[in-house]
Structures are given as C-alpha cells and as structure tokens.
Design a binder for this molecule. Structure first.
Ligand SMILES: [Zn+2]
Length: 343
C-alpha cells in the first residue's frame, strides 16, 4: 500500500510559526491538538446532495426498474450513457437468469471505471433493479414499488461520485481508481416471510436473491478483477437512515468498516453512521466477498431491533420519493467520497 502525504493542518502551521518566534516555548512535537479533526482529513471534493437527489428522481421517473420491462431497459441505457458522458470506461455484462417464480429474465450488470489505469482500486457496488412486488406493504402486496431508496438512491450516490470525480483536475484526483459496479436482478428473490404460499423454484439450486452479483462473481468483469476493498450501497437515501456495522462486513472487511465509520464521524455524520454492531444482511456483498473483494455493506437497517431488521418502507409502496432526504444522501455520499482520499 502507498500512503498519502497528509496535508499539514493550517492551524498547526500557524502554531509552528508562532512557536518559532518565541524561543522560551518548546515547539509542539505533533500537530496542534486543538485543531479540529476534520482539518486533518485529506482534501476531498464536495458531494452535491441536490444532484444526488435529482439522480434518484430521474431513475424513479422511468417507473419501476423491473427486469424485462421497458423502464428497466431504458434505465440501463440511461446509466450507460450517463457514465460514458463522464468519460468513464463503461462495460456491460448481459446475462439471462431464471427467478424463483420461474420467470426468465434478461438482465445486465453495468461497470464504469474511473482512472482505469490506476493499480490500486476501490469498488462501489449497488443494485439498479427494482423488486417487482411490494410484498411487505400492509395493503398493496402485489403492486410494484418505486424503489426510491431500495435501488435508486445507491445508484444515485454512485452517479454523483462519478460526476464529481470526473470533474476533478489531476491534482485533486484520489490515489485510487474507482469502479462503479451496478448489479442487476438483486431484488427478485423469494421471501419466506411474506411469500410462503408461493413455490421457490430455485429452492435447492441456490440463492434466489442477488442474481447479478452471483453472475458477476463467477464471471468477473473486468477479468481477474481485484480491489483493495468494496463498498456496497443499498437503501442509502431515506429520511433518518441508520447505518450500523453489519456482521458480514465486520467479518470480511473490518479495516474498511473502521475507515468508513471513522471518516463519517470526523465529518460529523454520527447520526447516520452508528458505532453499533448489527446482525448480518443477505445482500450482494455475500458474493463480492466470495469473489475476494473485502466488502462493506452500507445498508439502512434498524439498530438493535430483534423484531424487525429493515425500516417500514422496505419492499413497500412507501419506498417512493417522499421517503428520500438529501441529508441522508449527503451523509453517505460525502463519507464514501472522502474515504477514497484516506489511506
Ligand atoms: Zn430490496
């Protein structure tokens, strides 16, 4: 690993000048302890919450991004065009799959590389599809949902990071290359809690969730892909979002968990990033970890609630733009963007 030369905080510099002029005082041995912690963070670009909100709304406006639908194809095309427009190297990975209810779907994973020549890499993962039914909804269990937080918000945060990074001059580029990897068909899985009357046709054949990341993990693109760590964003846009340190993330990528949560704290986002250990979520990071990329799942879930893991909007029709809050998008986006600059 290489290490950044940390920028010396201005307050510390001022202190040194002052102390040099007063020979009766001993020079400080370390940086001024009175300097605010955030002043010692490497300089990172500003993540624009309005832009991330607009990226969320833009995806939702296509309609539910359910595989095999026109909205799904149109959204995928929009993501590819947008990422290419930022000058990233974009790869598409089409695949066919069967879902638990026997539907044959055509899907694609979308990969966009920033600084593709950089040896050191960080992966930002998310899923861009929408669950076809709101099976957690108290009333409309078969209705489609907008997936504003569950899906769109994560892709939106990633798009805003890509936009901001692509606009940086070389002098403000991070020391790592970044791969934005959007999985398809994450969310068409069998939920035994809500769908017990249905037959899971994939029972015994594997996990009915995370079809895109399972495919990608078996067919890495780019070939032989490696990253120092990965960050899976999932449901990162809702008002009052809470991000605890999820079990599999702690087990597989403790160093990255600490790096992200410490960065969040230094930026003042402890209302969102809780220093709280929680149970495991079955999510795309199961497969990216299996593929050898230590991956952290930043996922909105209720802290310390043995009855309920996810918030009420999860897989319900209330997961629409009304639940989205720019402050949550900002907390997650600025934290992850800043973390790219921290060695
Ligand atoms: Zn979901």
């Amino acid at each position: 690993m290489n290490f950044h030369t940390l920028r010396l905080p201005l307050a510390a510099l001022a202190g040194l000048v002052l102390l040099t002029g007063c020979p009766d005082k001993k020079p400080a041995e370390t940086a001024d302890p009175a300097a605010p912690a955030e002043a010692r963070l490497p300089r990172a670009p500003v993540f624009n919450a309005d832009s991330a909100y607009a990226f969320t709304a833009r995806q939702v406006a296509f309609g539910p991004r359910v595989p095999n639908s026109k909205a799904h194809v149109a959204t995928g095309d929009y993501l590819v065009a947008t990422l290419k427009g930022y000058g990233l190297r974009v790869l598409e990975q089409p695949f066919a799959a069967m879902t638990f209810d026997g539907t044959n779907i055509r899907a694609r994973n979308i990969i966009a590389q920033y600084q593709p020549q950089a040896a050191r890499r960080v992966a930002i993962f998310g899923h861009w599809d929408t669950r076809p039914f709101a099976d957690n909804d108290p009333v409309k269990k078969n209705a489609p949902l907008d997936g504003a937080s569950d899906g769109a918000s994560a892709v939106a945060v990633a798009l805003e990071m890509a936009r901001v990074l692509s606009q940086q001059p070389d002098s403000l580029a991070p020391n790592v290359g970044v791969d934005f990897i959007f999985f398809d068909a994450e969310d068409w899985g069998y939920d035994a809690g809500t769908q017990a009357t249905l037959k899971n046709q994939l029972d015994g054949a594997g996990d009915s969730w995370c079809l895109g990341s399972q495919y990608w993990a078996k067919n890495l693109l780019p070939a032989n892909y490696k990253a120092e760590y990965g960050v899976l964003l999932d449901m990162v846009g809702a008002r009052g979002g809470k991000f605890s340190r999820e079990a599999l993330s702690r087990e597989k990528a403790r160093f990255a968990v600490d790096k992200i949560w410490n960065t969040a704290a230094r930026l003042g986002y402890t209302d969102y990033f809780l220093f709280n250990d929680s149970g495991g979520a079955s999510d795309d990071h199961v497969y990216t970890n299996q593929a050898g990329i230590p991956t952290v799942d930043i996922i909105d879930h209720l802290p310390n609630n043995p009855e309920q893991y996810f918030p009420n909007y999860h897989h319900a029709t209330t997961d629409n733009m009304a639940v989205i809050d720019r402050k949550t998008l900002k907390a997650v986006g600025q934290t992850v963007l800043q973390t790219l600059y921290v060695d």
